[in-house]
Design a binder for this molecule. Structure first.
Ligand SMILES: [Zn+2]
Length: 387
């Protein structure tokens, strides 16, 4: 299994290739012999390695690129602090909030989701007694997040990304009425919205950043996946599109760092207990999503919006897109290794197929009580073989 250190070595080997061949061509001798020849060569070699390691460091660094923008949260807190001090909040204070990039993009996102979101509603939210009471805690949390190692959090999930995938995004800690964190416009202008939550521990916060970073890291693979499934008949394409939602469970796995770790290891006891409870029903949930895919493919939904509505319910708090996605991801990684899992992450149809392969083996061996399988007709419809 690859660890972050293994991953660095992988990059070093990749970069070493061309350097090694250039050295050999110049000296027309193997690298080992060049090492022994002369002091000048030693110096040259030293310089080459210096450049090489600088290149490696740069390459590793440049895979994560975050632009932290706290202007919305800063503007909200400025208003709360003026109110707490009994001072007047001016139009320019409100303008600073409503013109901030995170606020404008949050508004756009909520409109995309057909949710009501107006400046007047938001003004009432900022002026509420509840938010005033939470101002000191929000200030404390935001100040801590400004100093947090966001890059370090994102680097945790790099071993769970294709080698050329990058995590590039604007990061917006936001004070807002809804308590969710999410990614937005991952294909054109990637952003991570992080709900400023004073109840979240530092380890939960880092896990959340890692989780969202995994979604960002897969945006390129997502575009390629869309191309791959473009030619499928409409109903099968819809099922294949929704298979991408298992990315939630895969992000849980990546943020935990290993299939051997508890997926909620960074969270409090309540969250861990809740996850363990939900996982008791993971087999039933798989069968439920299986039926959903059959219905979508066979045209069982009167309107596409109804199918989407059902699929949205599978997000839940941490519903089947998380639990079943995690079950398949951890199962495939343990049986076939992380390399195969990453291929499955890039093409979620393969995740279902590889899961079936591993589950059939287990069922035949009788090691686990009869694991549920994805129906062959689903896999066939989306264009993959049921092994
Ligand atoms: Zn997610």
């Amino acid at each position: 299994m690859l660890s972050p250190i293994d991953h660095c070595f992988f990059k070093i080997h990749r970069l070493l290739g061309p350097f090694q061949s250039r050295l050999s061509i110049r000296s027309r001798e193997p690298l080992t012999k060049t090492l022994r020849t002369s002091r000048t060569d030693m110096k040259r070699l030293g310089l080459v390695f210096l450049i090489l390691f600088a290149a490696v460091a740069f390459a590793a660094d440049s895979r994560v690129e975050f632009k932290l923008d706290t202007s919305e949260a800063d503007a909200v807190l400025a208003i709360l602090e003026l109110r707490a001090a009994g001072r007047q909040v001016t139009d320019s204070d409100w303008h600073r909030l409503f013109a901030s990039e995170p606020y404008l993009r949050l508004k756009k996102r909520e409109a995309d989701m057909h949710r009501d979101f107006t400046d007047d509603d938001f003004r009432r939210f900022v002026q509420s007694d509840d938010l005033s009471k939470r101002a000191p805690a929000l200030r404390h949390t935001l100040d801590a997040w400004k100093k947090a190692d966001l890059r370090g959090a994102a680097e945790r999930i790099l071993p769970y990304l294709p080698a050329d995938a990058r995590v590039k995004a604007s990061v917006y800690p936001v004070i807002k009425p809804k308590t969710n964190s999410f990614v937005f416009e991952t294909d054109v202008n990637p952003a991570i919205f992080l709900y400023v939550d004073p109840d979240q521990s530092p380890s939960e916060f880092m896990n959340t950043v890692a989780h969202e970073s995994h979604h960002i890291g897969f945006s390129d693979a997502g575009k390629q996946y869309e191309e791959k499934i473009k030619a499928l008949p409409e109903n099968a394409r819809k099922a294949a599109e929704w298979m991408g939602a298992f990315g939630e469970g895969l992000a849980v796995l990546a943020a935990a760092g290993s299939a051997d770790e508890h997926p909620m290891r960074d969270f409090n006891d309540d969250q861990r207990i809740r996850w363990d409870q939900d996982m008791k029903f993971v087999d039933q949930q798989l069968l439920q999503v299986n039926q959903f895919f059959i219905d979508v493919i066979s045209g069982g939904f009167a309107k596409p919006e109804v199918a989407d509505h059902v699929a949205f319910t599978f997000f839940g708090y941490r519903g089947p897109w998380y639990t079943v996605g995690y079950r398949m991801g951890s199962f495939v990684e343990k049986r076939f290794g992380r390399g195969v899992l990453i291929k499955c992450m890039s093409d979620p149809r393969l995740l279902l197929a590889k899961y079936n392969e591993a589950a059939r083996e287990e069922n035949r061996a009788g090691r686990i009580d009869n694991l549920p399988l994805w129906s062959t007709e689903i896999l066939k419809a989306v264009g993959v073989q049921d092994p």
